[in-house]
Design a protein around this ligand. Structure first.
Ligand code: CP
Length: 307
């Protein structure tokens, strides 16, 4: 049982709750792989996706997840809603509540926006990424892909490379993987590593090679140009040369190591094209886990509402 009506981040989600979501997501993956795309679980439920920032993977996978579980689903982008006329987040949430919405999935550029919404609505709120704070469903789908591949998360060594400072994906993964008994090492340009990053629960490597050596999972992160004012590294080609991952770097990882990336990928920047398309790449598998984990979460949060 999930303890809260909402899923706002993994910092405050227990190991048992993560286990429950990942375990149900693995079942959902099996159903998706066998072509089951019309399950009755959420037949009388309604889901709204409320996106104040761009998205392909997260928004589409939530919509598919809700539809595959037979829920009614409506997608709202801020630009096409009354938000563009000046309506506040809380008033938007109360309007959706008044229509009987069961779950609101929100992505917002402000860290803490999902929490603010959750405190002011009866609907369950899922954080689909808030500023540089957390992206819990991305980390849950990442852990689902890792668990499916390795059988367990305990003892896994995960290297996360790139723009750690602006990455909500890195933070959620560090919080979640630590709880599940995996260890996380990070590396990137010093300008893109937050001060005191170790306090999040990870090790800061001295070099890209040190980070990758002995890793079971090598995860690249997108350079978030939209959250930077520039000047944090000289050019994209130099970024790749000094911080990107190509086939030679991957050879330092454990045999059987997998490559992951939350997407969207800047091809040839964070990872070389050869690595993205190579046999160790699980980037497309992550997308499948994305639909499965969101089905699992919608089901569990809606079950809570029936109690
Ligand atoms: N990984 C991720 O959040 O991708 P989108 O921005 O496409 O949703």
């Amino acid at each position: 049982m999930l303890q809260s009506k909402d899923l706002l981040g993994l910092q405050n989600t227990s190991k048992e709750e993560i286990e429950e979501i990942v375990s149900l997501a693995l079942d959902m993956r099996k159903k998706l792989n066998s072509g089951e795309k019309k399950l009755p679980d959420l037949r009388e439920k309604s889901v709204v996706t409320l996106f104040y920032e761009n998205s392909t993977r997260t928004r589409v996978s939530f919509e598919f997840a809700a539809k595959f579980l037979s829920a009614a689903v409506v997608n709202i982008s801020a630009a096409a809603s009354s938000v563009a006329k000046g309506e506040s987040l809380i008033d938007t949430g109360k309007t959706l509540d008044a229509m009987g919405t069961d779950v609101i999935v929100i992505r917002h550029s402000m860290g803490g926006a999902p929490e603010l919404l959750a405190k002011n609505v009866k609907a369950a709120v899922i954080n689909a990424g808030d500023g540089v704070n957390e992206h819990p469903t991305q980390a849950l789908l990442d852990m689902t892909t890792m668990q499916e591949h390795f059988g367990s998360l305990k003892g896994l060594r995960v290297a996360i490379l790139g723009d750690i400072k602006h990455s909500r994906v890195a933070k959620s993964n560090i919080f979640g993987l630590n709880k599940m008994g995996a260890s996380v090492t990070v590396y990137g340009p010093s300008t893109l590593i937050p001060q005191g990053v170790e306090q999040l629960g990870c090790t800061l490597a001295k070099s890209r090679e040190d980070a990758i050596r002995g890793a079971d999972v090598v995860m690249g992160l997108r350079i978030q140009l939209e959250r930077q004012k520039g000047g944090l590294f000289p050019s994209l080609s130099e970024y790749h040369k000094f911080y990107g991952v190509d086939k030679d770097h991957l050879a330092l990882a454990n045999s059987g190591a997998i490559v992951m990336h939350p997407g969207p990928v800047n091809r040839g920047v964070e990872l070389s094209g050869e690595v993205i398309d190579g046999e160790n790449s699980y980037i497309e598998d992550q997308v499948l886990s994305g639909v499965a984990v969101r089905m699992a979460l919608l089901k569990l949060l809606c079950e809570n509402r029936r109690k």
